[in-house]
Design a binder for this molecule. Structure first.
Ligand SMILES: [Cu+2]
Length: 162
């Protein structure tokens, strides 16, 4: 009986560790001391020329790092953007020098804040699909992540206007 339950427990632990370490199941990524969690993008209507991707970067290291570039084949151009409040009007612009993640810090790319901007979409981003996105950091180098296209609830509906 004891032996039996131990076997079950071992199997459960094995399944749990698989879920934590397997990128496709957990949908998060490690690059050196950086942890990138849940890359996602909103579905875009058929007429939309632009889209955006979001994720969370955690820096578990002792030194700051900077996200300096992103690459994907879904659009003609890709830029790292931020939203700014310009006299009460929300605008977005390219981030000068990249997105900095200090030692021990967590930076969220989210609607209304930092985002990876896809300019000139080749085709709409469809809910349920995913696509590869490469992220290049100044110190840690490059990692490829999968962006899930999904509609997240409760995040407001303001879109991207250039
Ligand atoms: Cu933008």
């Amino acid at each position: 009986m004891l032996c039996f339950s131990r076997t079950i427990r071992t199997a459960a632990i094995a399944a749990l560790s698989l879920a934590i370490t397997h990128p496709l199941l957990a949908h998060d990524y490690k690059l050196g001391n950086l942890h990138i969690d849940h890359p996602w993008a909103r579905p875009t209507p058929g007429s939309a020329k632009n889209g955006a991707a979001y994720f969370v970067i955690r820096n578990n290291g002792q030194k700051p790092d900077v996200l300096i570039a992103a690459g994907a084949n879904v659009s003609e151009r890709i830029e790292l953007h931020e939203h700014i409040n310009d006299n009460g009007v929300m605008k977005m612009r390219e981030v000068a020098g990249g997105i900095r993640v200090g030692a021990g810090e967590t930076v969220k790319l989210e609607p209304g804040g930092y985002h990876v901007m896809f300019l000139g979409l080749k085709q709409p981003l469809k809910e349920g699909e995913q696509f590869p996105l490469s992220l290049t950091f100044k110190e840690a180098g490059t990692v490829e992540v999968m962006v899930k296209v999904e509609q997240k609830a409760g995040k407001g509906s303001h879109g991207h206007h250039h």
